[in-house]
Design a protein. Sequence first.
Length: 465
Amino acid sequence: MTESRARLPAESGTPFALRLSRHLRDLVRLAWPVMLSRAGILVMAFADMAMLGRYAVGAAGEANLGLAVFIPVLVFCIGLASGSVPIIAQAFGAGRTAECGRAWRRAMVWSAVTSTIGALLVLQSEAVLTAMGQPPALAAAGGRVAEMLAPGLVAQVLFAVCAFYLEATHRPISALLVMLGANVVNVALNWLLIWGHWGLPEMGAAGAALGSTIIRFGAAGAMVAIILSQPRAAAAGVSGPWETFWGPGGWRAGWPMRKLGMSAGLSNGFETIGFAVMSLVAGLLGALALDAYAISHNLVSTVFMIGLGLAVATGVRVGNAVGAGLPGEAAFAGWCGLGASFVIMAVLAALVFAFRPEIAAVYTDDPAVIARVSALLAVAAFIFVPDAMQVVMGMAVRALGDAWVPIGIYALSFSAILVPLGLYLGLETPLAERGLALAIVIVCVLATILMTWRFAWLSRRSAAA
C-alpha cells in the first residue's frame, strides 16, 4: 500500500482558489480511472448492442429485455455492497488500514450471499416478462438472455466489491486495467458466440450474454488475486480468517456497512426499477421503438458510468474527510463533486445532441432505426446532467452517514412519479419513446434538488456539532 491514509490538510486558513484547485485536482486524480472502469462495464454492453444490431433486427431488443430484469437486480446487489465505500474511506482517512481490509472481507461474504439470491431471481425472467405483458416470443427470448446472464451477476458484484476497496484506498488503476482487458476479450467472444464462428453454435443475443458472464468471472478472479497479492497483505487486513455472519468480528461489526448498503441498494433499486419499467413500456410500443429505446438507454447508461465514477470519487473524498475529523473539508469535497459532474456531463450532453445521427449509426446500419434513435437522443441527452448530479449527491449524503432519507427521495422520484409519468407520456401522447426519456429528465431533476438539499442540511449540522 502506497499510503497509510488519505492526506487531507487542515481546512482553515487556505484561500478559496487554492482550496478549490486542490479539491478538484484530487477529485480528478481519483475519479478518472473510476469513471473509465465504470464506463468499461457498459462499453461491453455497447459492443454487445452494436454487434447485435448488425446481426439481426430485433436482436438488440431481445438483449435489452433480458437486461431489463438483470440490471435492476444487479444494481440492487451492488448497492447492498456499496456501503463498504464510506466505511473503508473513513477508516482510510483515519489511518486504520487493517480495518479497511477487514471491511472488504465482510463485504465479500455479504455480497456473495446476496448476489447468489439475486442470480436465482434473474433465472425467473421469462415469467417476469410475461407477467409484465410482453408477447410470448419476446418474453422467451429475453428470458433466454437473462438465463445466460444470471451466473455472472455473482461475479460482477464481487468485482464491484474489490473495486470499491481499491478505490476507497486510493488505488483505482487496477480495476481500470482489468476492465480494459475484459472489453478486448468481449469483442472476440461476441464474434464467436453471436454468429457461431469456429464451429460454435450461433446463439445471437444469448451468445452475447454468455460471453459477458464468462468475462465477469475472469475479471472478478483477477481482482481478488490483485488484492490478496498486495505487499504486506496481513497488515492491510485482507488476509487471515474470512469474516462470517456470526460473532463480534462479523455480523455486528458489519452493521454500519450493511445499513448504508441497504440504503444504496433500495435507492438504486427504486431508480433502476423505474428505468426498467420504461424499457418494458418501450416494448409495448413496437419492435422499432424498442430497438431505438434500447440503443438510447445503452448510451445513457454508458455515459452515466462517468457520473457514477465521479460519485464514487466524491463519496471517497467526503468519507476520507469525515474519518480525518474535517467536516468543512467533507462539505467542500461534496460541492466540488457536484460542480464537476455538472460541467463534465453538460459537455457530453452537448456533444451527443450535436452528433445524434452519427452516434445512432454506430449502433446500427438500418436507416429506420437510425432516424428513430436520432429523434430520441434529442430528448435523452438532457438526462445526462441531472442523472449524474443526483447520484453524486446520493453518494455524498451516505458518506456523511445518512442511510434512510435517500430511500424516501428515490422512492418518491423513481417509483411514485417516474412510473405513472412515463406510462402517460409514453402510451398516451404522440411522444412515444421520447415521452419515456422526458419523464426520466423530470424525475432526475427532482431527485437532484432533494438530494442537494439533504447534503446541505447534513453539512451544516456537521459543521455546527
